[in-house]
Structures are given as structure tokens and as C-alpha cells.
Write a protein that binds this ligand. Structure first.
Ligand SMILES: NC(=O)c1ccc[n+]([C@@H]2O[C@H](COP(=O)([O-])OP(=O)(O)OC[C@H]3O[C@@H](n4cnc5c(N)ncnc54)[C@H](O)[C@@H]3O)[C@@H](O)[C@H]2O)c1
Length: 354
């Protein structure tokens, strides 16, 4: 296989972790005889500094021409503390998702047994958890009209039927090859958009009679996720609810630094860790590169349909953790201090285990 990959490292720890995702992509390629030609694109704060916009046309053109995109993170403290900034790093991310038609964000909550103690939840509650989130990515308050008036502001929450239908189908297809259980999360007791969401899910469910469908309100789902995470298999939800729930779910996996995601839709797929640019640890060789490495496993599986290559990556991560190696975010009081590694050493360990 020969593929063109666009790497968008972004800001903060983005470049630090993406280096290792890319290294793993190439290493697996060299073992299985796949070759990649790489290009790089600017996005986020680095792009604003260089070009005045968070998503330069050049990056978008390269993205459209590539077979898959490996992304790091965007964001800079300067904008977090300045709500009035007109040009913002995350605008680039929202625009590229929209332009590439990436409407479904898949976030597997994969729990490595070795990290049961790294979570703030009790091991007996966590053990056996395996959830696949489908977060809708192109609708909701993120893209509705934004208004700032004299002493008020509003964000329009909007969903169209086709947007719910297409992600529902993807989620049901996944449920069919997993545990045949799907939980749709909404706030249909309050929100009109959620009532539309629920109606559409009920309709799509008729095409998948083998899948057991449950509807849950977001407030209940947020509680159930920490009370009994094992009850979930496939979860499908809207953009805002999915954003919050999946960060909550990252604690099941032990750290934000462990969770990978794939954004898919009509064209090129986009593979990224769920975490942000983590200003607090940027440039200190402290970032956990495993989420970026696991994003590459998702790329092999979802973009290229190569399951064996994907498994080789998750197995190598598993072996690295079984051997006791940890970055600071997933270390606990039982971790051998000599095995607490920085970003570079952790990336190298995974390459060794591959
Ligand atoms: N997809 C994205 O690009 C994305 C997502 C979320 C936030 N952001 C941006 O990132 C910036 C920081 O946001 P935040 O602090 O809310 O979220 P964050 O994910 O960057 O960090 C949250 C916490 O998790 C830790 N963390 C995150 N990734 C880690 C890793 N790989 N290894 C070890 N620890 C890790 C950080 O040190 C921090 O304490 C903001 O500018 C925000 O807008 C970007």
C-alpha cells in the first residue's frame, strides 16, 4: 500500500506527540511493506502567527489531496484568556472538519488493565469497560449563529434530520459488529433539537432490529458513566454532549493522554488524540504520546482497513504498559520511579515493542 499522509502538528504538545504517531506509522509500514509520502500543514496558533489565519488555504488544499491526516492539537494560552480575540486557533479545527465533511468523531474508550489504578475510579467499577463513542461533529451550538447584543449573547443550537441520520447509521453499523447495544444520549425533555434527534434515532433503529436501543438524558448519562461504565457499548450523541462526555470518559482510560479519536465522513479521515495543546506541560518532554500512537492504530484500521497492523500497535502499547513503563500522567504510587518516562523515551519504548 502507498498513501499520502498530511501531518498537522499544531500547537503546544501537538508537535511533541505527533512525532511519535508518525514514527509508529512508518515503523509499521516498514514491517508490512507500506510506504507513505508525508507532507506537513500549519493550523492553529502557529498558523495565525505565520499567516494571520488559523487554517491557511494551503493546509486545506493539502488535506483534501491526502489519504489521511494525522493531527496533534491546537490552542494557545493567549486566546484562552482573551474571549474577545476574533481570530482563534480552534476556528481552524472547526473549519477543516466542516470542509472535509467529517461528521462523525469516533472515540474508543479502551481500558488497558495495567492502568486500572491510574484512574480516579475504583478498579472493580472500571474493569471490562469497552465503549465506542460516536460524537456528531458538524452541527449543534458549534456552528449555529452566534450573537452578542447589549448585555446578552446567544448560540443557536441547530440540527438537521440528515445530520442525525448519517451518524446514527454509522453508530448502528458499529453496534452490529460489537455488542449490539446502542445508547443515544440527548436532552429530549428540554431541547427541541434533542426531540428531533430522538425521533430520527427511533426511525433508524427500525433498520437494525437486532440492536438493543436505549435513550438516555445527558445528565443521567454523565452520572451512569462513572457509576457503571460497563453498561455502555456504542454511545451516539450530539456535538456538545459528546465533547463533555468523552472528556469525562477519558478518566476511565486513566488520562487524556491515552485516548485516540478518528473523525470520518465523506472524504479524507482525520486522526487525533482527544487532548488539547496542554500549555502546562508543553516543551517539557512530559506529554504522553500514546494517544497519538493509538490514533495511528485507528488510521490503519479505519482509513486503510488494515486490522492486523492496527492490532500490532495496540499490542505494543499494551506490552509497554505491562513492562511497567509510564509517563507522569498515568503513573501512580506503585510505579517504579525508574520507569517513569518522558515523551521521547516512551515513544522509543513503543517502537521497540513493535
Ligand atoms: N483538539 C484540540 O486541538 C483541542 C482539544 C481540547 C482543547 N484544546 C485547546 O488546548 C488548550 C488547553 O486546553 P485544556 O487545558 O482544557 O485541555 P488539554 O487537553 O490540553 O489539557 C487538560 C489536562 O490534561 C493534561 N494532558 C492533556 N494531554 C496530555 C498528554 N498527552 N499527556 C499528559 N497530560 C496531558 C494537561 O497537562 C492538562 O492538565 C486550550 O487552548 C484549548 O482550546 C484543543
Amino acid at each position: 500500500m502507498k498513501k499520502n499522509i498530511l501531518v498537522i502538528p499544531g500547537d503546544g504538545i501537538g508537535p511533541e506527540v505527533t512525532t511519535w504517531g508518525k514514527a509508529v506509522l512508518e515503523k509499521i509500514g516498514s514491517i508490512y511493506g507500506h510506504t507513505f509520502s508525508f507532507d506537513e500543514g500549519l493550523m492553529g496558533h502557529v498558523a495565525i502567527e505565520a499567516t494571520g489565519t488559523s487554517l491557511p488555504d494551503d493546509t486545506l488544499a493539502k488535506a483534501k489531496a491526502s489519504d489521511a491526516i494525522l493531527f496533534g492539537a491546537v490552542g494557545h494560552i493567549k486566546y484562552d484568556n482573551d474571549p474577545s480575540a476574533k481570530v482563534r486557533p480552534e476556528q481552524g479545527l472547526l473549519k477543516i472538519r466542516k470542509e472535509l465533511g467529517l461528521y462523525a468523531n469516533l472515540r474508543p474508550i479502551m481500558l488497558f488493565d495495567e492502568l486500572l489504578n491510574a484512574s480516579s475510579l475504583k478498579p472493580e467499577i472500571l474493569k471490562g469497560t469497552d465503549i465506542l463513542f460516536f460524537r456528531e461533529l458538524t452541527g449543534d451550538v458549534y456552528f449555529g449563529e452566534k450573537t452578542r447584543g447589549d448585555g446578552f449573547s446567544s448560540d443557536l443550537m441547530i440540527y438537521h434530520k440528515y445530520e442525525v441520520e448519517r451518524i446514527a447509521k454509522k453508530a448502528y453499523e458499529a453496534a452490529m459488529v460489537r455488542g449490539k447495544k446502542l445508547c443515544s444520549v440527548d436532552k429530549a425533555n428540554v431541547l427541541e433539537t434533542s426531540r428531533l434527534w430522538r425521533e430520527v434515532i427511533q426511525d433508524v433503529a427500525k433498520q437494525y432490529p437486532e440492536v438493543e436501543t436505549e435513550h438516555m438524558f445527558i445528565d443521567n448519562a454523565a452520572m451512569q458513566l462513572v457509576k457503571n461504565p460497563k453498561k455502555f457499548d456504542v454511545v451516539v450523541t450530539a456535538n456538545l454532549f459528546g465533547d463533555i462526555l468523552t472528556d469525562e470518559a477519558s478518566q476511565i482510560a486513566g488520562s487524556m493522554g491515552m485516548l485516540a479519536s478518528a473523525s470520518i465522513g465523506d472524504g479524507t479521515g482525520f486522526f487525533e488524540p482527544i487532548h488539547g495543546s496542554a500549555h502546562d506541560i508543553a516543551g517539557q518532554d512530559k506529554a504522553n504520546p500514546l494517544a497519538s500512537i493509538l490514533s495511528v492504530a485507528l488510521m490503519y484500521e479505519i482509513a486503510f482497513g488494515l486490522k492486523e497492523e492496527a492490532k500490532r500497535i495496540t499490542d505494543a502499547v499494551d506490552k509497554t504498559l505491562k513492562a511497567g513503563y509510564r509517563t507522569g500522567d498515568i503513573a501512580d504510587s506503585n510505579t517504579d520511579k525508574a520507569k517513569i518516562l518522558g515523551t521521547t523515551a516512551m515513544g522509543q519504548k513503543v517502537l521497540e515493542y513493535i
